[in-house]
Design a protein around this ligand. Structure first.
Ligand SMILES: C[S@@+](CC[C@H](N)C(=O)[O-])C[C@H]1O[C@@H](n2cnc3c(N)ncnc32)[C@H](O)[C@@H]1O
Length: 215
């Protein structure tokens, strides 16, 4: 477990700044300068949250980008991901799929490790790594998330475990929140009352709220 790479499923990730964030910003709460909280659950070595941050920086206004907080969590079985993510140092091979302009704008040579590149501070400061076991079913922060991504993780769990985790995501999302998973992942039947598919060609689901505040 743990295989990941930069610019994986870019088509879905790009929908976050192109479609979801403009919708989130229509919400009264977000018209002020409130943070936009995103959770990348099962982030492995950070390629997914960093790819997302690069795309967000590329597409969003500077002011909106400054409000983005991406919480990246993993069970990290070999205790490797925290150091990698905090330093933001990756071998060149892992970065091949990044379009050249975005690579040049966001990476510099890592002078400590030959062949590695460091992601810029401007991107790194948007990523908050926290160790977390999804099976604990505990949310990671008190504040609600606007978007939760859990891609290529749920396939390792039983249907009941996935249902319980998705239920925890449901309660961790704001009342207009979105849940995103990988193309091949189907939502368990018992989660159908909590989420509706929002975009037909991507696994992007919108929280169904029971009342105004979604509780
Ligand atoms: C294949 S990687 C997916 C990485 C990234 N989301 C992507 O799509 O490229 C699966 C990740 O899920 C993590 N994982 C597995 N079980 C977990 C659990 N109980 N809690 C949190 N993370 C877990 C693994 O450590 C691994 O890093």
């Amino acid at each position: 477990m743990g295989a990941t790479y930069f610019f994986r499923d870019t088509q879905t990730l790009k929908m976050i700044p192109d479609i979801l964030i403009p919708l989130i910003l229509e919400d009264e709460d977000h018209k002020s300068n409130k943070n936009i909280n995103i959770w990348s659950a099962g982030c492995a070595n950070g390629a997914e949250p960093y790819t997302l941050a690069i795309l967000l920086k590329e597409i969003l206004d500077e002011e909106i980008f400054s409000r983005i907080r991406i919480y990246a969590t993993d069970i990290d079985p070999n205790n490797r991901f925290e150091n990698i993510i905090k330093k933001g140092s990756y071998p060149q091979d892992a970065l091949q799929k990044i379009p050249e302009k975005m690579f040049l704008n966001n990476f510099i040579k890592d002078t400590d490790i030959q062949g590695n590149y460091l992601i810029s501070e401007e991107i790194r400061e948007h990523i908050i790594y926290i160790w977390h076991n999804l099976l604990s079913l505990k949310p990671i922060i008190e504040r609600p998330f606007d978007i939760i991504l859990c891609k290529n993780v749920l396939l390792h769990f039983t249907e009941q475990q996935s249902t319980d985790i998705i239920n925890m995501f449901y309660h961790s999302l704001s009342y207009r929140g979105f849940f995103i998973t990988e193309q091949t992942q189907k939502l368990p039947v018992s989660s159908h009352e909590q989420f509706e598919q929002f975009i037909s060609n991507a696994r992007i689901y919108k929280k169904i709220t029971v009342n105004f505040k979604g509780v």
